[in-house]
Write a protein that binds this ligand. Sequence first.
Ligand SMILES: Nc1ncnc2c1ncn2[C@@H]1O[C@H](COP(=O)(O)OP(=O)(O)OP(=O)(O)O)[C@@H](O)[C@H]1O
Length: 193
Amino acid sequence: MDCPKCVVLFSGKRKSGKDFVAERVFNRLGAEHAVIIRLSAPIKSHWAEKEGLSLAELMGTSEYKETYRKNMIKWGEEKRLEDPGYFCQAAIKMTNANLKPVWIISDARRMTDLEWFQSHYGNSLLTVRIRADIDVRKKRGWIFTQGVDDAETECGLDSVNSWNVIIDNNHSEDYLEEKIDEILNWVKNKLSS
Ligand SMILES: Nc1ncnc2c1ncn2[C@@H]1O[C@H](COP(=O)(O)OP(=O)(O)OP(=O)(O)O)[C@@H](O)[C@H]1O
């Protein structure tokens, strides 16, 4: 199979609804055609393997991961400096994405993520920025956290103004469905070309 036929990449701030929208698109396409790739997943599994730590604890919400957070970030930065596509490739491998024609990247956070997908799948890439008003994000559980919300993982893509699609995900169902249809139409075009 000539894989992937197309890639839909989502970016957005915490609690903007990246995962929510990515899952809607995935559900409409079905597991037969699409796969969700989470770029954040391999960092924890690589780190757990490397350091002999509990992956379940690192993935969970416990304090356990806080002990290793700084070291994980440092190690992640070093890996990215050596190879900016390291975690993109690891996430693709981890999800066996090569078996599916449509890749949905649910969490692009850094310029290196965007650039890597642009350089490898530029002609078949749709970039989507999810936005939500601050009060909406707060209702979804977002609380400003220093060292997280002012870090590169949250702000690294703020200056990009070339998104193919922008979705203001503030709870208007009809509008959201229209935007999802726009994405699905693009995917269907790619699949049939
Ligand atoms: N349009 C929507 N309608 C109803 N609920 C929504 C909508 N968008 C997001 N949510 C809800 O808001 C919460 C946050 O959404 P989600 O987890 O998708 O955000 P995220 O951008 O992936 O956040 P994070 O970066 O923190 O993982 C979830 O509980 C989700 O179900």
